[in-house]
Design a protein around this ligand. Structure first.
Ligand SMILES: N#[N+]C[C@@H]1[C@@H](O)[C@H](O)[C@@H](O)[C@@H]2O[C@H]12
Length: 434
């Protein structure tokens, strides 16, 4: 029997634009993802978040599912586009429902849905957006701070910066390596300013969530890509410096203001870690480089060997263990929270109205065991959140990739508990695995 520490925070995660819908309800203003998803060719089959899982109206039903799971915590994001509108009252209703169910709210302030009006003013390429974000953070705390346990400033700034501004595969759809590095820096500045604002307002627990991945393959390219994906955020945020190798690389693309690092380097109470899969690289003089990893000419990004998920991502729980151990040793003193781990597989509803997602159960089982192995090696891991509670809008993939513990029939909005839902309920009840 594998038992987790008492009080281990078993949770599930979602994000506003991916589940809420009600995109034009109660004053919500457009975000860059409204613009992007409504732009032909950007999202598969023209899917948008206009309706999504209709969570804005069905939140009570979804909280009841969380209560049935026995979730200790629920990680969701607050839609900046609803801030300052009547629709912001949705979060009052959601929080009250969560607390009534005995579920600890973990709120992310920014999960990629930048108000389009700010994008029109330059978005993350304009330093001013960082200050607007801090104002929004303070305002959200004023409204909701009495009920939110942990505030997460940003979700995956690497994706916002390098997928949104490097390849342009995500909103706002910019394809410029200099823009990617500039956005990355301004996002970290926004984090630092928001932490200061949250602390000033009285916030007790503040965090940031990073998507982190071990980089496997040839040593030299792996070191560079580790810098461009992991250390470019970990070191400014947790050490107050850009790593020398990364800074030299950055200087090819942007003249970031290094005196921002004091603001960026704010103490946080927990580091959120989103882990899905490692990346694989090798030296290849012919390789053109990868637009989401600017300056990687001569490095080939290769597909994994072995089993993959429906996203084509390698299944590698051992890398979760090694990542958590590395973080605890190289960045000691900051507790860790797995804020996302999960997998998309081809789910189908069988005649008995069930979804026998054995692949997902196996994936989650292996990764929960890896998390426990990391704890046994000294990692200060405080919790584990499955991505995701519900099938939802999977960004450029639209609704074609299902990550949920709960299957969503988008035609009817019916929720169907997958086998993984029942498996996870039992894990939570046992606080561990047999
Ligand atoms: N792709 N994928 C699944 C999942 C995505 O749906 C989340 O919004 C992100 O935080 C993170 O990328 C992970």
């Amino acid at each position: 029997m594998i038992i987790f520490p008492e009080g281990f925070l078993w949770g599930a995660a979602t994000a506003a634009y991916q589940i809420e819908g009600a995109a034009r309800e109660d004053g919500r203003v457009p975000s860059i993802w409204d613009t992007f998803s409504h732009t032909p060719g950007k999202v598969r089959d023209g899917h948008t978040g206009d309706v999504a899982c209709d969570h804005y109206h069905r939140y009570a039903e979804d909280v009841a599912l969380m209560r049935e799971l026995g979730l200790r915590a629920y990680r969701f994001s607050i839609a900046w586009p609803r801030f300052g509108t009547p629709g912001f009252g949705f979060y009052d209703r959601l929080l009250d429902e969560l607390l009534e169910a005995g579920i600890t709210p973990v709120a992310t302030l920014y999960h990629w849905d930048l108000p389009q009006s700010l994008q029109d003013g330059g978005g993350w390429l304009d330093r001013d957006t960082a200050y607007r974000f801090a104002e929004y953070a303070a305002g959200a705390y004023e409204r909701l701070g009495d009920r939110v346990a942990t505030w997460t400033t940003l979700n995956e700034p690497w994706v916002s910066a390098f997928v949104g501004h490097g390849s342009g595969r995500h909103a706002p759809g910019v394809g410029d390596p200099a823009a990617a590095f500039t956005a990355a820096h301004h996002l970290m500045l926004a984090h630092g300013l928001a932490v200061q604002a949250l602390r000033a307002a009285g916030a007790g627990s503040v965090s940031i969530t990073l998507n982190l991945a071990p980089i496997l393959g040839d040593e030299e390219p792996a070191r560079l890509v580790d810098g461009l994906c992991n250390r470019i955020f970990l070191d400014p945020l947790l050490r107050g410096v850009y790593p020398e190798d990364v800074l030299a690389h950055l200087r090819r693309f942007t003249d970031v203001k290094l005196d921002d690092l004091e603001t960026i380097h704010q103490p946080i109470d927990v580091l959120g870690v989103n882990y899905y899969s490692p990346k694989h690289v090798r030296t290849d003089p012919e390789a053109p480089g990868h637009p989401e990893h600017p300056g990687t000419e001569g490095i080939a990004f290769v597909d994994p060997d072995g089993p993959v998920t429906a996203m084509g991502w390698g299944i590698n729980p051992e890398c979760l263990e090694s990542l958590l151990v590395r973080l605890s040793r190289e960045y000691p003193g900051t507790p860790l929270l797995i804020t996302e781990n999960g997998a998309a597989f081809e789910d189908t509803v069988t005649g008995d109205d069930r979804v026998h997602d054995t692949d997902r159960v196996a994936f989650l089982d292996a990764h929960v065991r890896a998390a426990h192995a990391a704890i046994a090696q000294g990692a200060d891991l405080r919790g584990y959140f499955v991505w995701s509670l519900l099938d939802n809008f999977e960004w450029a993939h639209g609704y074609h990739k299902r990550f949920g513990l709960v299957y969503v029939d988008y035609e009817t909005q019916r929720r169907i508990r997958k086998d993984s839902f029942h498996w996870y309920r039992d894990v939570i009840a046992a606080n561990g695995l047999r």
